[in-house]
Write a protein that binds this ligand. Structure first.
Ligand code: SAH
Length: 225
């Protein structure tokens, strides 16, 4: 375990339990979830998910389920985080990644733990403030922005990879435009009830699109709050 994660007092007392619970969750993601990438499994073993949710729900942090984080939003299910991260780094670890939908900050923290430079955009100010505090407490250095992420973050484009963690009916062209040549974009696309997790890669032959299966995300919403 990374020693910096002991720095937060709320990790004390629960520390060993949490690490054991985390290890168990990771073994399930491997055996039942089909997650194979050791880099991803190691990152999920490291990042204390219980610090990304309200204390009242902390005891459920290592169940493989999405949980409410306030403002009608959720922290993604660990399997989904693992699956998206695996899909994002499979063809080489990206140097710089743009995330749309910071939410709790958990997915962003997993990416940062992999040594990736993370740029993350969130439309709900209250969630972003809480996420920023978590990053600081864990000693994680990420770039954050309060904005409508559908526009991407043009000042820092192009990105080697882009991950969208809220569901849209279609992919926003602005995001694809901010993806570097050879880059990978992962996003849930579809209706309100369920979506398909799509992976798009910008290759010399054009855009290659794959469908990685059904997922359920909260909707991508325009404007800021
Ligand atoms: N990656 C997050 C998942 C949070 S749920 C985590 O690991 O916890 C999706 C988040 O996307 C919500 O916080 C929601 O407010 C945010 N979101 C929805 N539409 C958005 C938009 N247009 N721009 C930025 N963030 C958006």
């Amino acid at each position: 375990m990374n020693p910096r994660f002991h720095a937060n007092p709320s990790a004390n007392g629960q520390g060993m339990t949490s690490q054991r619970a985390r290890d168990r969750l990771v073994e399930r993601l491997r055996s039942e979830g089909g997650i194979r990438d050791e880099r991803v499994l190691s990152a999920l073993r490291t990042v204390p998910r219980h610090l990304f949710i309200d204390e009242a729900l902390a005891s459920r942090a290592y169940e493989d389920t999405a949980l409410p984080i306030g403002n009608s939003q959720t922290i993604s299910q660990p399997w989904v985080v693992a699956k998206m991260t695996e899909a994002l780094i499979e063809h080489g670890l990206p140097k710089r990644v743009l995330e749309i939908g910071t939410g709790s900050g958990y997915q962003a923290a997993v990416l940062a733990t992999l040594g990736i430079e993370v740029f993350t955009v969130e439309r709900i100010d209250e969630l972003l403030r809480t996420a920023r505090r978590r990053f600081r407490n864990l000693g994680l250095n990420l770039r954050t922005k309060h904005d409508d992420g559908r526009m991407g973050w043009p000042e820092h484009a192009p990105f080697d990879a882009i991950i969208v963690t809220a569901a849209g009916a279609a992919l926003d062209a602005a995001l694809l435009n901010q993806l570097a040549d050879g880059g990978t974009l992962v996003a849930p696309v579809g209706g309100a009830m369920s979506q398909n997790l799509l992976r798009l890669r910008k290759t010399p032959e054009g855009i290659v699109q794959e469908d990685l299966g059904k997922v359920v995300f909260v909707p991508l919403v325009s404007g800021v709050l």
